[in-house]
Design a protein around this ligand. Sequence first.
Ligand code: AMP
Length: 228
Amino acid sequence: MDGSKIPVTAPVLILLGPPGAGKGTQARKLEENHGFVQLSTGDLLRAAVAAGTEAGQRAKAVMEAGDLVSDEIVIAILRDRLGDADCAKGVILDGFPRTTVQAEALDVLLRATGQRINVAISLEVDDDAMVLRISGRFTCGSCGEGYHDTFKPTIKPGVCDMCGGTEMKRRADDNAETVAQRLAAYHAQTAPLIDYYAGQGALSRIPAMGAIEEIATALDSVVAAATA
Ligand code: AMP
């Protein structure tokens, strides 16, 4: 794998956790508070699907079924994005790696540029609550701020609190059947990465069933320690 464009000193943080654990929400906060760049392979894949690229066309049906897109596609997409200049600020990987093959590929990529993973943070949640969390969520189509019908509604119905945007988006794969499959894929293929990173001495676990701000505070301390 060619990692030659990747900046050498950038911190690398990983957020692990099932769909609905709050990885995207917390990654956005870390981006705001620490200046890191959020790299969501889900967002990159959705952009590829929307743009109709070859990778996007191959990924579309897999994503709609709630299964994992092939390692080959995802690793290539992530590697390209990591080469962009803004990643020199440090990156938060949100939704990557999701398989042991991806984790090993990331290790190889980082080793080639003298980097390492600062910390892999596992957001610990109860499976049962995840379906409810996911099925009520939506985002502002203009600024990307995340909301939830029950847990975080907009102040004024249909209007984004942050930017005043009125076009709200719901993800095609945020429905009950697909969520069940996404949770199954997480347990079968991604949960083993918790042991993988524990074995590297890089794992930190954070209880993530509480309020968004409480979890953000706990994350801030872990990230500050890991990037000091
Ligand atoms: P997310 O936005 O992280 O929930 O991802 C949405 C969907 O994109 C997942 O259900 C997968 O189909 C696909 N996806 C995202 N990241 C990965 C990854 N690292 N490996 C395989 N598939 C992925």
